[in-house]
Design a binder for this molecule. Structure first.
Ligand code: DSN
Length: 420
């Protein structure tokens, strides 16, 4: 791989090789990251990057669309099958674009969205004040009732919904480890006449692999997602519509020409390949193993009395209050773990008294190590090593020994051939 880059551009080649080694010799625990197959990477680097394809299959602005139509139709058909959707738009360039297009399709400026508070697990595009979205729309928020159990305060959500009359009730998260009560969301949405939208970006692969519930089964109208993360596809976005043709038409118009120009057809081809992989029985096994591995890590953190936000996990991710439990900030923990070959991300915990650049928590999860073939025992050992490292942060000998053990683990569980 990279033969042409090697000949043509030594500087970029060097950086790419550095990343190859970093990914091979360290453990990736950022819960939104994964290793994609070489087939996905080939499609992403394919000839389709040459082509402009504004519009949709059968209705494009430019000629020469015979093969782009084939690829987009394959991606659409497979996505519909995976998630039980009647309509899908596979063109959003990322999860944020998917959410923005969804807002544009369903709302007028000034309309209200009810979404999860960022520090309780929501996402920037769910209404954080730093985003441009808050200049256009109003955002109301719901939170967890108790950060130690993760239970959402559905009664408060209902009261806010009745008062604020949101047009969209938005479920979904980027740092929330529990399953949501989808039926309650839908009840509240129907009561106030809102559209129920679930941002499944983090758990799309778990839904596709039938390891967690699918919000469409509870009557949600729309799901937005990224196609990477647990779904193990290329970096990109997608919007699924359960059954309303009217909503689907609005979404297509919002994605193009409303928000984006020409779709990245190389990326759409890579999505088609990833969805094909996710339809295979082996993907179900993978998705279930992600959950088992996360549970195994949860048990170790609990055994060491380290506070987990929401009290544990029902999905692929965990959020630990390392500042409260070990006196090490999220930033310090992230940096220390980097030195032993474990990549996590610092993360705010519910109502964090510390700022976002150095919060109290770390977020970590199991999608990538599960792709590497880790089982519960190996995942539990990773958790033990994380804790040992954090507890002995000034002991250089301990850190060195742990780094060596991680290197050995990486050799024992190399990134499988189809992924590198
Ligand atoms: N950056 C993504 C994540 O890590 O969850 C969300 O946008």
């Amino acid at each position: 791989m990279y033969d042409h880059i090697k000949k043509q551009d030594k500087q970029v080649y060097k950086a790419l090789m550095g990343e190859e080694v970093r990914e091979a010799e360290g453990l990736e625990l950022i819960p939104s990251e994964n290793y994609v197959s070489l087939a996905v990477r080939e499609a992403n680097a394919s000839i389709l990057t040459n082509k402009y394809s504004e519009g949709y299959p059968g209705r494009r602005y430019y000629g020469g669309q015979e093969y782009t139509d084939q690829v987009e139709n394959l991606a659409r058909d497979r996505a519909k099958k995976l998630f039980g959707a009647k309509y899908v738009n596979v063109q959003p360039l990322g999860g944020a674009n998917a959410n923005i297009a969804m807002y544009m399709a369903l709302l007028q400026p000034g309309d209200t969205i009810l979404g999860m508070d960022l520090s309780h697990g929501g996402h920037l595009t769910h209404g954080h004040p730093v985003t441009y979205l808050t200049k256009i729309f109003k955002f109301a928020r719901y939170k967890m009732k108790d950060a130690n159990t993760g239970e959402i305060d559905y009664e408060e959500m209902r009261q806010v919904a009745v008062m604020e009359r949101p047009k969209i009730i938005l479920a979904g998260f980027s740092a929330y480890p529990r399953e949501l009560d989808y039926a309650k969301f839908v009840d509240i949405a129907r009561e106030v006449g809102a559209i129920a939208v679930m941002d499944i970006a983090h758990i799309a692969g778990l839904i596709a692999g039938k390891a967690v519930k699918n919000s469409f089964d509870y009557g949600f109208d729309i799901m937005t997602t990224t196609t990477h993360k647990t779904l193990r596809g290329p970096r990109g976005g997608m919007i699924l519509v359960r059954e309303s043709e009217e909503l689907a038409k609005k979404i297509d118009k919002a994605v193009f020409p409303g928000l984006q120009g020409g779709p990245h057809m190389n990326n759409v081809a890579a999505k088609a390949i990833a969805f094909g992989e996710a339809l295979k029985p082996s993907f179900k096994k993978y998705a279930k193993q992600i959950l088992k591995n996360a549970k195994a890590m949860e048990m170790v953190f609990k055994h060491h009395n380290i506070r987990l936000i929401a009290g544990g996990t029902d999905n692929h991710l965990l959020l630990a209050d390392v500042y409260g439990s070990l006196g090490v900030t999220g930033k310090e923990a992230q940096e220390l773990l980097d030195t032993i070959g474990i990549t996590v991300n610092k993360n705010a915990i519910a109502d964090d008294a510390r700022g976002p650049m150095d919060p109290s928590g770390i977020r970590f999860g199991t999608p990538a190590i599960t792709t590497r073939g880790f089982d519960e025992k190996a995942s539990a050992r990773v958790a033990e090593l994380m804790i040992e490292s954090l507890k002995n942060r000034s002991d250089k000998k301990v850190q060195k020994r742990i780094r060596e053990e991680i290197r050995t683990m990486c050799k024992k569980h190399p990134i499988p051939k189809v992924f590198r």
